[in-house]
Design a protein around this ligand. Structure first.
Ligand code: F0G
Length: 468
């Protein structure tokens, strides 16, 4: 590559802008302006990378691949390896924990369970703080430093908080996290304590915490790191690039993700879209989002859309009806008013994917079957395999198609859930259509409880024999 082209590629990100995604507004803002929503119409913002400049760069794929074996700290990160597509100057000091570069596993038992010939699982739980949030946080906290913020804050169901706390510690920034009291897995809370964050336990749910975060948006010394922040999405979009690289740039037919606050699905949509517009792929995978039945505002909206013309015209509705009292044991996605729903819906409509719900029983069994493939994920991640099973049953996914599910968090994020499932003590507080509460027992199809075995060779062999 000529020096001139190399320079162009390195500086492309620096000429990016922030743009309102509402087509009728499309207001543009500078890349170092500290805003989270459009100051003209209140719409969501997205970073616009000057892809035209990058089109003249002939060997982007080879460059990214070569960096994977380099020892430059930026190259060792699975996010900064793709820095031509990130909205930063080439020489910014990056805050990294060497995130990304996560494995893509074949999962034959999960495939069979889900009605597929083959299924691949991309395990984002193999990130430094054990969830996919790290890929976004490296970009958001790097931006916080550039803006001269004194503190970073987020609302969280646990993983965003743990991730932000770790990256803030690396950046020597103060960090405050707003958590719904009593609704966070103890393992996630423990992470944030260890990383030194100020932990504010709020009487309310995640959506209440998110509302409080909006109130903090006008404090200049504070930087908000929820996925409403478009820099988070920039980091998280790189999972699409890395996945394509791992697939030898053959586009999977389907990519399936869990849906909570909808940052992940938004980011994937953006990542694949940029690859298409750069000409590095020639079609988009269908992106499908799976929500837990009791916390599924976007699935409800989508169900209403499917039968109308809106799906064809890809026109985004203005409003979403929130779920006032979201419920699910998959606490990571216990969210009733997702902030990034518009971007996520746009990605699903553009790619002709689906948004569906799965039950608590389906999530729990899917999680256990993923475990039988030797892959440990947290409950929210297992919505994917449960969802794929439903999508194959309804012919939205065909058995022979290539399917990748994104696992978003590690099994050790929520060990209590796992233990209760296998011991047969997992239960769920549900509400009937009349509004009365009832306890639903989860009956694990793949239970595997510890058993008391006598301290003898014979007893151990007998135990093995009985389970053969
Ligand atoms: N899976 C896990 C493990 C999560 O922690 C989350 C979100 C999701 C899926 C959903 O992703 O919000 O981008 O649609 N957790 C956030 C948090 C809300 O605060 O940790 P999303």
């Amino acid at each position: 590559m000529s020096d001139a082209i190399a320079k162009t590629a390195q500086q492309a990100g620096a000429t990016a802008v922030q743009r309102c995604i509402v087509p009728a507004c499309a207001a543009q803002f500078g890349i170092r302006e500290q805003i989270y929503v459009c100051s003209r119409c209140g719409g969501p913002l997205e970073i616009e990378i000057p892809l035209e400049i990058l089109k003249s760069v002939p060997d982007l794929r080879e460059r990214w691949q070569a960096r994977a074996v380099s020892h430059d700290p930026r190259d060792r990160s699975g996010v900064w390896r793709f820095r031509e597509l990130l909205p930063f100057d080439d020489d910014v000091p990056v805050i990294t924990l060497f995130e990304g570069n996560t494995p893509l596993y074949d999962a034959p038992r999960s495939a069979k369970y889900a009605g597929l010939t083959a299924l691949r699982l991309k395990h984002q739980g193999c990130n430094p703080t054990a969830s996919f949030k790290d890929t976004g946080m490296t970009a958001a906290v790097t931006q916080a430093k550039l803006l001269g913020a004194r503190a970073v804050v987020c609302a969280s169901t646990g993983n965003t908080a743990a991730s932000l706390a770790a990256y803030a510690a690396r950046a020597e920034l103060q960090c405050a996290i707003l958590l719904p009291r009593g609704q966070i897995s103890p393992a996630k809370l423990a992470q944030s304590m260890d990383y030194g964050a100020v932990i504010c336990e709020i009487a309310g749910n995640f959506d209440d915490c998110m509302r409080l975060i909006s109130d903090l948006a006008d404090v200049p010394s504070i930087y908000i790191a929820n996925s409403i922040n478009p820099f988070r999405i920039e980091g998280q979009k790189t999972v699409a690039f890395e996945l394509l690289e791992q697939c030898g740039w053959r586009v999977p037919d389907h990519v399936v993700v869990p849906g909570g606050n909808m940052g992940n699905s938004s980011a994937l949509g953006k990542g694949f879209d940029e690859m298409l517009r750069l000409g590095l792929i020639d079609r988009l995978p269908k992106i499908s989002v799976i929500q837990a039945e009791g916390s599924a505002p976007l699935a409800h909206l989508f169900a209403g859309l499917e039968s109308s013309d809106i799906t064809k015209n890809a026109t985004l509705p203005d409003e979403i009806a929130p779920v006032a009292n979201p419920r699910t044991l998959a606490t990571a996605i216990k969210i009733g008013a997702p902030v990034s729903w518009k971007k996520a819906l746009r990605a699903v409509l553009r790619t002709h994917g689906s948004i569906i719900t799965v039950s608590e029983q389906e999530i729990a069994d899917a999680k256990a079957i993923i475990g039988r493939d030797g892959i440990g994920c947290e409950p929210a991640s297992a919505t994917t395999v449960a969802g794929i099973r439903k999508l194959t049953a309804s012919n939205k996914i065909h058995a022979g198609e290539s399917v990748v599910a994104l696992l978003t968090g590690h099994v050790l994020k929520d060990p209590d859930y796992v233990s209760h499932y296998h011991r047969g003590t997992l239960s769920f507080e549900s509400v009937t259509t009349e509004g009365t509460a009832k306890t639903v027992q989860i009956t694990g199809a793949f239970r595997n409880a510890p058993e008391k075995v006598a301290a003898s060779k014979e007893a151990i062999l007998k135990s093995l024999e009985s389970r053969r």
